[in-house]
Design a protein around this ligand. Structure first.
Ligand SMILES: [Zn+2]
Length: 112
């Protein structure tokens, strides 16, 4: 496989044309195309190996989902639920009582 050179024709996905188009290599790093220019709309962008970028909306959603997943700890969720049932919110804020901490002592030993 011959190494790519500046100005070479190469197929890549163009975000502006929203399809795989003819591109020219405008930047080469480590014998790999780094940046290409669309021959149709002359848009410069990183070489994507003909892969369309993931939709931005999905990326945002995934990030948000991961944030929520990080915050939701199974033990914490149970604790919050128990507190809400035990004390009314106003009273709890005025005089914080001892937090009910139920630690499950379920030690399952693996059998062979
Ligand atoms: Zn284009």
């Amino acid at each position: 496989m011959r190494e790519p050179r500046l100005g070479d024709d190469i197929d890549d996905y163009c975000v502006r044309c929203k399809r795989v188009m003819n591109h020219s290599i405008v930047s080469v790093i480590n014998q790999q195309p780094a940046k290409v220019r669309c021959r149709t709309c002359h848009n410069d962008h990183d070489f994507r190996h003909e892969q369309p970028p993931p939709p931005k909306v999905d990326l945002k959603k995934a990030a948000l989902f991961n944030e929520v997943l990080k915050k939701v700890d199974p033990d914490e969720a149970v604790e919050v639920e128990a507190m809400a049932e035990a004390d009314p919110p106003a009273e709890a804020a005025a005089a914080p009582g001892p937090m009910p901490k139920a630690k499950a002592k379920a030690k399952a030993k693996g059998r062979k």
